[in-house]
Design a protein around this ligand. Structure first.
Ligand code: UT7
Length: 324
């Protein structure tokens, strides 16, 4: 039994924030942002728009392309680090709004790797008997972004992507998942406040602990190394070489990270999907948004071999090989 991707969908908020807009907010320039990250613009939610609002839209679109109704779903997994509220889970809010009356629902927390972790969990559940699982990556990074910190505010964006995984026989589907973590590097990317360590308080807010802090340069180096390592492990596990891969869909954090990984792997850039120029880093949403766009652009077709790679806070890093 394999978990086959039978539908994809994505949704990004309407509001566009360009690099020129950021030039008016912090000491930065369009040239610096484009050269150092590859990002030109990102989407930001409207007031009152939350994680589940984006996730519902992406989920509905994925169900439509899969030709399924919400009541067909056995499980909904939502990868997010910016859920609507600490509890209930955003997955339960989405389950209710979709009308997925038979589905179990829970969130997965693995930051930018969340979608790849959720995909692996969904795959495992399908191998043990579930039929249809909706996996959503949805993030409102703008609420944990410190819009006065030029080191981070130029990087992130909001959005959601989703896939439907369905049980099927044959060669198509998830071939393998590879998940890693190293909590000793937890201080590289962190939102210190708002949880049980630094609960909401005036002091916490004054210290701006509710916002993301990142050691960008160190993260960059670890990202390149771990993405290369896990891609090699994924290829070796499946007895494949890099030439066999039709499309590499990496987490969209920084074009220079992706280019460095592609070069080390010997992968031509034509086989790498890039869209961070339009959305920035949307954390757990970046890969499902990219998959949906790759399908709609005709770059991902039946039978293609697609490799996914992600890294993020934790640190976590992960990879999946899929026969589409
Ligand atoms: O998905 C989560 C995982 N996170 C990531 O993947 C992020 C990984 N890291 C990165 O993408 C890059 O490290 C950044 C884009 C965040 C930064 O690029 P960098 O080439 O590593 O720059 P840097 O941090 O070494 O900073 C170089 C200079 C510094 O100035 P000085 O100290 O050399 O005078 C920064 O203050 O660039 C300055 N700088 C900026 N200048 C203009 C930092 N941010 C900005 C900015 N505009 N927005």
């Amino acid at each position: 039994m394999r978990a086959r991707i039978t539908g994809t969908g994505s949704y990004v908020p309407e509001r566009v924030v360009t690099n020129a807009d950021l030039e008016r907010m912090v000491a930065t320039s369009d040239q610096w942002i484009v050269e150092r990250t590859g990002i030109r613009e990102r989407r930001v939610v409207a007031e009152g728009e939350a994680c589940s609002d984006l996730g519902v839209q992406a989920g509905e679109r994925a169900l439509k392309t899969a030709g399924l109704s919400p009541a067909d779903l056995d499980l909904i997994l939502v990868a997010t680090c910016t859920g609507d509220m600490p509890l209930p889970s955003t997955a339960c809010l989405i389950q209710h709004r979709l009308g997925a009356t038979r589905a179990a629902a829970c969130d997965i927390s693995a930051a930018c790797c969340g979608f790849v972790y959720a995909l692996a969990v969904a795959d495992a559940y399908i191998k043990t008997g579930l039929r249809h699982v909706l996996v959503i990556g949805s993030e409102v990074m703008s609420v944990i972004t410190d819009w006065t910190d030029r080191n981070t505010c130029v990087l992130f964006g909001d959005g959601a992507g989703a896939v439907v995984l369905s049980a099927g026989e044959g060669e198509r589907g998830v071939l393998s998942s590879h998940l890693r973590s190293d909590g000793s590097l937890c201080d590289l990317i962190v939102v210190p406040g708002g949880g049980s360590r630094h609960p909401p308080s005036e002091k916490m807010l004054n210290e701006r602990l509710q916002y993301i802090k990142m050691k960008g340069n160190e993260t960059f180096k670890v990202a390149v190394r771990t993405l290369e390592e896990i891609a090699r492990e994924t290829l070796a596990h499946n007895h494949l070489s890099i030439e066999d891969v039709d499309l590499y869909v990496p987490h969209q954090a920084n074009v220079r990270i992706i280019k460095a990984v592609a070069e080390r792997l010997g992968l031509p850039l034509e086989k790498v999907f890039l869209n961070m120029d339009r959305y920035g880093n949307t954390s757990a949403a970046s890969i499902p948004i990219a998959l949906d766009e790759a399908v709609r652009e005709g770059r991902l077709r039946e039978g293609h071999l697609v490799m996914i790679g992600a890294f993020g806070a934790g640190l976590t890093w992960a990879s999946t090989m899929i026969r589409w």
